[in-house]
Design a binder for this molecule. Sequence first.
Ligand code: MN
Length: 180
Amino acid sequence: MPLKDYEEKRDFQSTSEPRAFNNKKGKKDQSPVFVVQKHYASTLHYDFRLELEGVLKSWAVPKGPSMDPSEKHLAVLVEDHPLEYKDFSGTIPEGNYGAGKVEVWDEGTYHAIDSGDKKSSEEKIRDGFKKGHITIILDGSKLKGEFAFIRLKKAKDNDWLLIKKNDDHAVKGWKIDDKN
Ligand code: MN
């Protein structure tokens, strides 16, 4: 089961997060989605989630994403989440995995470069995922334009960098707190 890790980490008697077995596949004719959730866990971080073939590929980004291309932020790959998690906001109770408030910080759609439809976008992202280099164009409220996830070769396998490409949407000196 692809979402086994997700299920095993959580006690669904206690948390209101969605169950994995309810996971609905995204619609074929719609653009794949992304969401960034601000997570007031024991350490504040931002969870960046990207729809890929029916699940949300997920990274915990301690400093959050940035619109400034000179900022290279660590993004730690975590377990896949069910697609419905994109709509989750609420408070995970004390004593549970990831206890603390979760709010949707940004959301929207994405596509791969030169990819008009969902299928070809997802194929490119899947290939990029294997190679450790993913390039996406985001269309969110806060995050827009091209971003890259780059896996750090010498670090632990789960460590990636999230970097804004220097395009028309880039903002030098952008600070995450100004946008909240
Ligand atoms: Mn989190």
